[in-house]
Design a protein around this ligand. Sequence first.
Ligand code: DQA
Length: 142
Amino acid sequence: MRILVLNGPNLNMLGIREPDIYGKATYDDLVSMITEHCAKKNIEVQCLQSNHEGTLVDYIQQAFFDKVDGIVINPGAYTHTSVALLDALKAVHIPTVEVHISAVNEREAFRQISYVSYYASKTIMGKGFDGYIEAIDFLAQA
Ligand code: DQA
């Protein structure tokens, strides 16, 4: 089982950005938590982050050639704007779970649209870093 965990813009700033919303733990803490969990479960995992939409598209396309079995994606703000990320996911047709650290459904009106959710099998929000673990376990069971 091979999983790609993809984080979009500003998620490298975890721990610094709006800690009241996203918490005090850092992106490195997130990667450590995911890596440890996957090691226990015998899941091969790659964690990638980019602030650039095109780079995220490239990572999704590469997942196809790398024969990735599942994608966990937190597209950050591109969630609400990016048809390109949606199209990339549809192109590679890899099972995908969308994760948001915050409870996006309880936030601003402009966060209420998610293009990625048109493709994702499941959306997990408002569970902090645990949402990534839940997403990985969901893909591993599928
Ligand atoms: C986010 C929610 C988005 O609305 C925001 O732009 C982010 C993070 C989350 O994890 O809660 O960057 O995806």
